[in-house]
Design a protein around this ligand. Structure first.
Ligand code: ATP
Ligand code: PRP
Length: 211
C-alpha cells in the first residue's frame, strides 16, 4: 500500500490533475467529506488528509510514503528524512516581507531599527533577517498575519503573497521578496528504497504531468 499525504484546499485541488495523470482517481473530496483516509481507483494507493504544515511530519516518520507540501512548509520543517525530487510547479506564490502602506521600511533598515516581525514562518524570517544583519523580534502567529501591523502588534510581517489582493485590502505593501514558493513532492527516504518498484512509476507520472 502506498499512502500519499495531502492537505485540503489548494494543495489537494492542484494535485488532483497530477494524480489523474498517474491513473489515481478518488470519488471523495475533502471539501464535501469528513473522511481523512480516501480510497482511490488504485487498490494499492490511498490518500490521507492532514494539515498543510503536518505533511512533512507524516512523510518523515513513514506514516505516509509520499506527500505534497509547499516550500514554505518544508523550509520551516527542515526536510529531515525527506527526499524532495520534484518541484510540482503548483500552489505558486512568494514569501514576502510586508508593512503598512505608510511605513518607511527602507529608512528603518538603513537606520538598523530593531523591528517587530509577526509571522507563521519563524525559521524563514529568522534566516532572512540574520542574512541581512538585521536584529528583529519575531512574534509567532498562526494566521491572519495581515492584522499585526494594523493593530500595532508588529512593524512588519513575513507571509505568502500571490495576487497581492490580501495586502491591498488591508492597506499593506510588500517591501521585500524572500523566496519564490511552490509545492514539492516529498518522499520518505526509507520508503523510496523499500518500495522503489511501486513509487518510481508514480514519480515518473508526476514528473511528466508537472513538466
Ligand atoms: P492549514 O489550513 O492546513 O493550516 P494553510 O492555510 O497554510 O494550512 P493553504 O492555504 O491551503 O493551507 O496553503 C497550502 C500551501 O499552498 C502553502 O503551504 C503554500 O505553499 C501555498 N499557498 C498558500 N497561500 C497561497 C496563495 N495565496 N497562492 C498560492 N499558493 C499559496
Ligand atoms: C494566503 C496567505 C495570504 C494570502 C495571499 O492565505 O497567507 O493571506 O494567501 O494571497 P493573495 O496575495 O492572492 O491575496 P490563504 O488564502 O491560504 O488563507 P489562510 O492562510 O487563511 O489559509
Amino acid at each position: 500500500m502506498i499512502t500519499i499525504a495531502l492537505s485540503k484546499g489548494r494543495i489537494f485541488d492542484e494535485t488532483l490533475p497530477l494524480l489523474r495523470a498517474a491513473g489515481i482517481l478518488t470519488p471523495d473530496h475533502p471539501g464535501n467529506s469528513r473522511k481523512l483516509i480516501l480510497a482511490t481507483s488504485r487498490r494499492d494507493v490511498r490518500l490521507i488528509i492532514v494539515r498543510a504544515a503536518d505533511v512533512p511530519t507524516y512523510v518523515q516518520y513513514g506514516a505516509a510514503d509520499l506527500g505534497v507540501a509547499g516550500k514554505d512548509v518544508l523550509d520551516e520543517h527542515g526536510g529531515q528524512g525527506l527526499y524532495q525530487p520534484l518541484d510540482l510547479g503548483i500552489a505558486c506564490c512568494r514569501m514576502m516581507v510586508a508593512v503598512s502602506k505608510d511605513f518607511d521600511y527602507g529608512r528603518a533598515t538603513r537606520q538598523r531599527a530593531r523591528l517587530r516581525v509577526a509571522t507563521k514562518y519563524v525559521q524563514t524570517a529568522r534566516e532572512h533577517f540574520a542574512a541581512k544583519g538585521m536584529h528583529v523580534d519575531l512574534i509567532k502567529l498562526y494566521g491572519s498575519m495581515e492584522l499585526a501591523p494594523l493593530t500595532g502588534l508588529a512593524d512588519a510581517i513575513v507571509d505568502l503573497v500571490s495576487t497581492g489582493n490580501t495586502l491591498k485590502a488591508n492597506n499593506l505593501k510588500a517591501v521585500e521578496e524572500i523566496t519564490p514558493i511552490s509545492a514539492r513532492l516529498v518522499i520518505n527516504q526509507a520508503a523510496l528504497k523499500l518500495k522503489r518498484t511501486e513509487i518510481q512509476p508514480l514519480l515518473d507520472a508526476f514528473a511528466g504531468a508537472a513538466a
